[in-house]
Design a binder for this molecule. Structure first.
Ligand SMILES: [Zn+2]
Length: 125
């Protein structure tokens, strides 16, 4: 029979052929590590999304739409790789939304920031 080693401590595993850990505590420690890695990934992405959302809201202020340069957004730390929704409107503009705030490119260097009326306060209640 093939030798098997614990996924956590690399110690020899005895017993059922589908057993992956030498002990209950190794199984628990392994699963805790997996969870903390997943939680760290989620936490880091959430931090970026929250910052992007806060910046879009700050740029837009009380306006309905706002033209802004890519550079102004980058200078404040906006991260263009992270968004929560993407869609293309009837005119072919691709909108990238971060929760209720979105933007689309006017040109290579300019964006228009908007607020999604469907996600506006109150309408989700
Ligand atoms: Zn072990």
């Amino acid at each position: 029979m093939e030798e098997r080693f614990c996924l956590h401590c690399r110690g020899r595993v005895r017993g059922r052929s589908d057993k992956k850990f030498c002990s209950e505590s190794c199984r628990n420690m392994h699963n805790n590590q997996l969870n903390s890695t997943a939680n760290a990934i989620i936490r880091n992405v959430n931090i970026i999304l929250r910052k992007n959302r806060r910046l879009l809201g700050m740029f837009l202020g009380d306006e309905e739409r706002l033209v802004i340069s890519r550079e102004s957004m980058l200078l404040k730390g906006f991260n263009f790789e992270y968004f929560t929704k993407r869609f293309v409107d009837n005119d072919g503009y691709t909108y990238f939304f971060v929760y209720e705030y979105g933007y689309f490119a006017l040109s290579a260097e300019e964006f228009v920031i908007v607020k999604d009326p469907a996600l506006d306060e109150g309408e989700l209640d």
